[in-house]
Design a protein around this ligand. Structure first.
Ligand SMILES: [Zn+2]
Ligand SMILES: [Zn+2]
Length: 449
């Protein structure tokens, strides 16, 4: 039963009831909603879950853990060790961001929790190793194993076994290698999965099936060369966790091979803090990943200070800054507001853009239009034409998702974490051997073994 994130990418959280055990899979906040409305619907939980298991540290999967523990103190939480460290950084950052939004936008419900709630949540979260099986009950009737999911540092799929029923929850998955993360390992087809709960992010995207990383990297390098040659700066808006670390190392590799000029590469705050966590968990990265030292990349500094921004833009550089979708008041939005005034620069998006975000709107804006980078901010004339999008993804394309379902051939498949059209496409492709389900918030799906 979804408490959020059923037929959307939202406050992803799913309650699984097995043998009288209540297990909550993920506990995130909705990326597009605010205040209490961004939380999963805890009212559908009839009692405290026996355990919560967190697949990875993106806030749409873990951002409501401190709130869950305020409702139900004492619930044991499990995640990989790397994810616990990531959550520590992400959740404390969320408290700070909510504090700013409370002041700037007058959202009285913010912050939804405090730094001490985060400390308590991190203390309650038990870090486990990938591949180690652990029991949720005293006699080992319900066991859990976390499997490498290939999405971001620490990300895991969750395998729950009971004598009667086995459940696999994929979390967010990437089936191919990225610059730093190895792709999800192919799952054995003798896992005997009765019920598969699988993400569907790219279910409605047929382009992702065809694009190759090499091709995108080559086009990306070419575009950077053009901007630097005309004396401009390149802005690469990125999610702080995953995309930032991957892009910094792709850029560093392209510089080392001479594909792009060796201009300074800068990275913004939270992305740097999480880079530090990548550095501490080399075992979670691809064996041959070459994670460059963080001090190879400069700091962006305070983007609220227009002087700082103008100083950065006065000489060629490549700036990797949060947020990936250019949420207002983030470093990428504040930098872009200045950059669009000149034809010299380039703004290159590299990840998913929700149509409601500034990033999507800027990408589709006509040159010469007047554009506001946030509520109440003065409009700026967009002179810059070199605004582009490149497909670098940490999610499996839909054909890979389909292949996974075919290989595991579960009796039941529940599609989650996707727009309705993505979920519907996945449901239609499921074939006759599996029963396909999707569910909205609070809707119960009953699966037989
Ligand atoms: Zn994710
Ligand atoms: Zn997600």
């Amino acid at each position: 039963m979804p408490c959020g994130g059923g037929r959307e990418i939202g406050a992803n959280s799913y309650l699984v009831q097995l043998d009288g055990f209540h297990i909550l899979l993920d506990c995130g906040v909705h990326p597009k909603k605010e205040g209490v409305g961004s939380l999963p619907d805890f009212s559908v939980l009839t009692r405290a879950p026996d355990a919560a298991i967190i697949s990875h540290g993106h806030v749409d999967h873990c951002g409501a853990v401190p709130k869950l523990l305020k409702h139900f103190p004492g619930v044991p939480v499990f995640a990989t060790q790397a994810t616990v460290s990531v959550m520590d950084r992400m959740l404390h950052n969320s408290v700070s961001v909510m504090g700013i939004l409370a002041k700037e936008r007058g959202i009285a419900e913010y912050p939804l929790y405090q730094h001490e709630d985060v400390n308590y949540a991190i203390k309650r979260t038990c870090g486990v190793s990938l591949g180690d099986e652990f029991a949720l009950d005293d006699h080992g009737g319900v066991t859990v194993e976390l499997l490498h999911a290939g999405h971001v540092l620490g990300s895991a799929s969750v395998l729950i076994r009971t004598p009667e029923h086995n459940v696999l929850y994929t979390g967010d998955i990437c089936t191919s290698d990225q610059e730093l993360m190895a792709g999800m390992a192919p799952l054995d087809n003798d896992l005997n999965i009765d019920t598969l709960i699988i993400e569907s992010t790219y279910g409605a995207n047929h382009l992702a099936d065809k694009t190759s990383v090499e091709e995108q990297t080559e086009r990306f390098a070419g575009s950077i060369r053009h901007v630097i040659a005309r004396g401009g700066c390149v802005l690469v808006p990125c999610f702080a966790l995953g995309r930032t670390q991957e892009m910094l190392n792709i850029i560093a590799r392209l510089q080392a091979t001479g594909d792009i000029p060796k201009v300074p590469v800068l990275a913004s705050g939270l992305g740097r803090a999480l880079y530090d966590v990548y550095d501490r968990y080399p075992d979670y990265l691809n064996q041959n990943a070459n994670l460059r030292p963080l001090n190879q990349f400069g700091r962006v500094g305070d983007t609220w200070d227009r002087g700082v921004v103008q100083n950065i833009l006065s000489r060629p550089s490549i700036i990797v800054a949060t947020s990936g979708m250019m949420v207002e008041n983030t470093p990428s939005a504040l930098l872009a507001e200045e950059m669009v005034r000149s034809h010299l620069h380039g703004i290159f998006f590299v990840g998913y853009l929700d149509p409601d975000t500034l990033g999507y709107k800027l990408l589709h804006e006509e040159p010469g239009a007047a554009f506001a980078f946030g509520l109440g901010r003065p409009k700026v004339k967009v002179v810059l034409e070199d605004i582009d999008w490149f497909h670098f993804s940490a999610h499996a394309p839909r054909q890979a998702l389909r292949g996974l379902v075919e290989r595991i051939h579960p009796k039941n498949v529940i599609y989650v974490h996707g727009d309705p059209e993505a979920i519907d496409w996945m449901c239609q492709q499921s074939g006759n051997e599996s029963r396909a389900f999707s569910a909205t918030m609070g809707q119960i799906v009953t699966c037989e073994a």
